[in-house]
Structure formats: structure tokens, C-alpha cells
Design a protein around this ligand. Structure first.
Ligand SMILES: [Zn+2]
Ligand SMILES: [Zn+2]
Length: 272
């Protein structure tokens, strides 16, 4: 089917995709959740075709060799960009953005297509089902959060704990922001993490933070913060990419994570 599709409803506030239908859904449960927000003027809906008519386009850029970024401009939903992790054994799309057009589809086809699609958490499921259908790829979602996929699909395969999705590419469930909040670890070249907002890279790229809700400025409790850090303790990584084009941590990411968590917990306990 040509893209962008006219019958796929998107919540422009959170970016969730809904099943093809002539009319929009009544509500967006993701936006009504405490971690998101509904515009004060009320829920808005757009089809992908309407977004394209307003000038929304995909933006494809290399992030580093082996990582192809796919963003959307102007931004839709939480404004994140996706990452295609390129491997000789097949490619995995992480954190798909909410909108997909033919240019993005062609770029991914040119890079060898997709063996799998996955995501850090429900705010970044985006157009996961569109991508899965386009390339016959499995949609790997953490079991605890898969119910937040607003466009359910038989391509979903749930997982828990950790999953080696491709050789050298492991998905790790960390919890925190969502019970299934996850990161992607790639072992190549010293190791890297793609973290979505499971860890939140700060503007100086020298610290990470932890959130229950970013838009509502709600912090993450200590036990959850410790769980996030412990989940990635077995993995070596130097670089860390969040859910957006920047900021990026280019070295000592594991040390920065551990020091940042220690300081975050001190502050939760009142040490300022
Ligand atoms: Zn929404
Ligand atoms: Zn989120």
C-alpha cells in the first residue's frame, strides 16, 4: 500500500498509531495515563495522510556506521527518532517514529530491510506495525507492556528479561518509566546502548537522569532507579544514544550512568 496511509489514525500528542478505520478512536489511553498528557483543548487525531498534507516528512541520517536514524520533521508525538541497527545477519528497527512515508520505506529497503522491530517503551512504539508489515518483520515487545500497543497485530512476539534479537544485539528489560522499559545493547566496537527514555541523557551529555514522567516532571523512585542500572550491569558499553538525535554520550557511558544514578538517589534522599 502506498505511504503515508490515509486510514491509519495517529495521536499527534503521544504518537500512538491506531488500527485502520474510517473514524478516529474515542480516546487515547496512552495520553490519559499519568505519564502523558491530553491537550487542554482536548484530544486531537490525524491520519498519516493528513500529517503528510501538513508537510510532515521522514528524515533519514546515519548516526554512526551501522546505525541508520529515521526521524520525522516537524516532530510528531514525543518527537523521537528511530534507529535501524544494521547487522550482517539482518536489521532491527528500534523505537519507530509515529509516521512513515515512502522515502523512509525506500531508505530501509535500500539498507537491506528489517528482520525485527522493537522499542524501548509504549511512547516509542510509533508506526511499529506499519514497519513490521512492510518487511515481514517480527515485532518484539516486552510482555509487561505489550498491552499498550494500540494497534494489536499478529506480528507481535513478546519477551521478558533479555533477548538476543540478532547476533551481538541484545534487548534488555530495565523497568522504571514503564515496567517493560528496555534498552538495546550492541556489543560491537566497545559497546553501545540505545536507551529511548529508559535513561534520559541530559543536555550536557555528561549525565543521565531517570523519570517516571518527563512531561509531568515526576521522578523515578530509588528502587526503580537501582533496577535500571542493575539491568545493564552485565554489559560493556561506551556510547549511549537516547530517543532523540541528541544529546549523545560518546565515551565512558557506563561510568556516567553509575555516577549519575548514585547522585540521583542522593537527591531523592534529600542530599542537595
Ligand atoms: Zn496519545
Ligand atoms: Zn516515555
Amino acid at each position: 500500500m502506498p505511504k503515508p496511509r490515509e486510514d491509519i489514525w495517529v495521536c499527534p500528542t503521544c504518537g500512538a498509531n491506531y488500527p485502520p478505520a474510517p473514524e478516529p478512536p474515542a480516546r487515547c489511553p496512552l495520553c490519559e495515563d499519568e505519564r502523558q498528557w491530553v491537550p487542554p483543548t482536548g484530544q486531537v487525531w490525524k491520519t498519516m495522510g493528513e500529517l503528510a498534507g501538513e508537510g510532515v516528512r521522514s528524515e533519514v541520517r546515519e548516526i554512526e556506521p551501522g546505525l541508520l536514524g529515521i526521524g520525522v520533521t516537524p516532530s510528531v508525538g514525543v518527537g523521537h527518532r528511530g534507529v535501524v541497527v544494521l547487522t550482517p545477519e539482518g536489521n532491527l528497527l528500534w523505537d519507530p517514529p509515529p509516521f512513515v512515508d515512502q522515502a523512509a520505506d525506500d531508505a530501509v529497503a535500500g539498507a537491506g530491510g528489517l528482520a525485527a522491530v522493537s522499542s524501548s517503551h509504549p511512547h516509542m512504539y510509533g508506526a511499529a506495525v506499519e514497519w513490521s508489515h512492510a518487511f515481514g518483520a517480527e515485532l518484539l515487545l516486552v510482555e509487561d507492556d505489550a498491552g499498550w500497543l494500540m494497534r494489536p497485530d499478529p506480528a507481535v512476539r513478546t519477551w521478558a528479561g533479555s533477548l538476543e534479537a540478532l547476533p551481538g544485539v541484545t534487548l534488555v528489560q530495565c523497568g522504571g518509566h514503564f515496567p517493560g522499559s528496555a534498552v538495546l545493547h550492541r556489543s560491537l566496537d566497545g559497546g553501545l546502548l540505545l536507551v529511548g527514555d529508559t535513561m534520559f541523557i541530559t543536555p550536557g551529555a555528561d549525565r543521565v537522569s531517570f523519570i517516571w514522567s518527563a512531561p509531568n516532571r515526576l521522578p523515578l523512585p530509588e528502587a526503580e532507579t537501582r533496577r535500571v542500572v542493575e539491568a545493564v550491569a552485565p554489559y560493556a558499553f561506551e556510547r549511549m544514544y537516547g530517543g532523540w538525535w541528541g544529546p549523545v554520550i560518546r565515551g565512558d557511558a557506563k561510568g556516567i550512568l553509575e555516577r549519575s544514578a548514585a547522585r540521583y538517589i542522593e537527591i531523592l534522599r534529600g542530599d542537595i
